[in-house]
Design a protein. Structure first.
Lengths: 216, 309
């Protein structure tokens, strides 16, 4: 069970500032259970975005968004909506956001912060995609996590040890900043990498100790 | 002048600057620092003092800076984000400024996996770019990262590093732009052996006008042996040693390789000096400090402007 909660609306709007149309995706798994990205929250977000003048090109809730195969099948029937949208907002934990980012060539943003895996990881058994940092950075990095996948948790670009797409720590690890760069290049959004990302709030991370607040 | 840094003074006078590098010992032996400092004194405008280079435990940079300063060098305290969070980094910034150190070099740091404590927890609370921003805010706005205001600010000349040979290559100038925008005064690059690729990077830097906003010092280093060249090529992250460099060293009898390594370094200094926007060189003769005068003499970079330290 991945435990997540919705990000503040101001932060979400800052991600989609230059996007007019938005496709909404929620998850009927953990996010439904935690009330962060089920049917109800997706409908609420649709209203909020419309009130803020955005066009919602569609909304869907997938049963297990972190399951790449299931999600791929489901997204097939939304080809038109995906093609016609500026950005996709995903209301669930970091694993679900990264599943969508991997499957579509569109800007994908997180609508939630992942607080904890509740002791177990979801469908990403062989590669860690979410460290439950509680302050999701995927909105700055094209839907690829620099906390879980960069050996130095860098927020402003690759270190000097990134060569030929590999991490300096181990040649079997892809440099996630190379992947982030390629993704923004593909989306024509390299300008997003010019913006300074501020120091992160680590106080909400489990790495800073036991949770200081009850999840609910 | 923002600071009392000798390096800042040389660069502001638009003189071609030379910095050196000093690695503190893996012990409490202050004589090692004194000896290395004496080898470099008078030949460099300022000298980097490394901060746990390659993630190996060595004497703290600030302490070694103090000893090097007593010998008459203008030390540049290297500071990595690997071992300290934002609290410790800011405490050390205040500390080095109070000790009379004039320069700081903000680095992310070599990953702990490469050192002698590979099971250590890496910190990386800030990245090097954010650290530049924090030091700049402390110096120019008297503000800590949290926003609180201090009474006496740290007057530090702020440096950062860039590696023109790391990937993605198209992003390296953009990354430099972030360091300049956040407040870096000077940049030292990774060691240049591939001059062609360095020149391409400098073109991207000039296209963004960055060379007019920050002083760029090209990293250079003499090579002692063919083995050392091969090691750098294959084992050191972020290095680009072309085959032509190894071939050149192999092309002379073994006993002449060190001399050829020095000549190669001089040639590279002469080449990078011709590139528009290069404001100086950073000579990294690690554990071979005694050849620095010879390299600089041959490159006609001596005598240095009289130091104010």
């Amino acid at each position: 069970m991945l435990i997540s909660e919705r990000k503040p609306i101001g932060e979400i709007l800052s991600y989609v500032e230059s996007d007019q149309s938005i496709l909404l995706i929620g998850c009927n798994g953990c996010a439904q259970g935690w009330g962060s990205g089920g049917e109800r929250q997706v409908a609420e977000m649709k209203n909020t975005l419309q009130e803020k003048g955005k066009t919602v090109t569609g909304s869907l809730v997938v049963d297990m968004l972190c399951d790449s195969t299931l999600t791929k099948l489901k997204l097939r029937s939304y080809k038109k909506e995906i093609a016609g949208t500026d950005a996709i907002l995903v209301l669930t934990d970091g694993a679900g956001v990264q599943t969508v980012a991997e499957l579509v060539s569109k800007a994908v943003y997180p609508g939630c912060n992942t607080l904890s895996s509740g002791g177990a990881h979801a469908e990403w058994k062989e590669s860690e995609r979410c460290l439950e940092c509680g302050d999701c950075m995927l909105g700055f990095t094209g839907g690829l996590c620099p906390i879980a996948r960069c050996s130095k948790h860098l927020l402003n670009g690759p270190c000097g040890g990134s060569q030929a797409g590999k991490c300096e720590v181990d040649a079997s690890i892809p440099c996630v900043w190379q992947l982030i760069y390629e993704r923004f290049a593909q989306l024509g959004q390299l300008d997003r990498l010019e913006k300074l990302v501020q120091p992160k709030n680590w106080s909400v991370s489990l790495l800073s100790g036991p949770p200081v607040r009850r999840f609910r | 002048m923002k600071t009392k840094s000798n390096l800042e003074r040389v660069l502001e006078a638009r003189q071609f600057a030379v910095t050196g590098e000093l690695g503190p010992p893996q012990s409490a032996d202050r004589e090692v620092i004194r000896r290395k400092a004496r080898l470099l004194k008078g030949y460099v405008d300022a000298c980097n003092v490394t901060d746990g280079q390659t993630a190996v435990v060595r004497m703290a940079s600030w302490a070694a800076c103090l000893i090097a300063g007593e010998e008459g060098l203008d030390p540049i305290a290297q500071m990595t984000c690997r071992d300290r969070n934002r609290i410790a980094l800011q405490m050390d910034i205040l500390g080095i400024a109070a000790l009379g150190i004039n320069n700081v070099l903000c680095l992310t740091g070599d990953h702990q996996k490469f050192g002698n404590h590979p099971t250590a927890k890496g910190v990386y609370d800030l990245d090097s770019i954010q650290l530049v921003q924090v030091v700049k805010g402390m110096r120019d706005e008297k503000k800590l990262q949290c926003g609180e205001v201090m009474a006496v600010e740290p007057h530090l000349f702020i440096g950062a590093a860039e590696n023109p040979f790391a990937d993605p290559v198209q992003f390296r100038a953009a990354r430099l732009a972030k360091k300049v925008a956040t407040g870096a005064d000077f940049i030292q690059t990774q060691i240049v052996y591939n001059v062609e690729r360095f020149a391409e990077w400098m073109k991207m830097v000039r296209d963004r006008g960055l060379h007019e906003r920050v002083k760029i010092l090209a990293g250079v280093a003499p090579i002692k042996s063919v083995g050392a060249a091969r090691y750098m090529k294959t084992k050191v992250p972020g290095m680009d040693v072309p085959d032509s460099v190894i071939a050149r060293l192999q092309g002379v009898p073994k006993e002449q390789v060190p001399k050829e390594g020095i000549r190669l370094c001089v040639d590279i200094i002469n080449q990078v000096r011709e590139i528009d926007g290069v404001a100086g060189v950073h000579v990294m003769a690690i554990e071979w400090e005694e050849v620095v005068p010879e390299v600089l003499e041959a490159a006609r970079l001596l005598p240095r402007p009289k130091s104010v330290i």
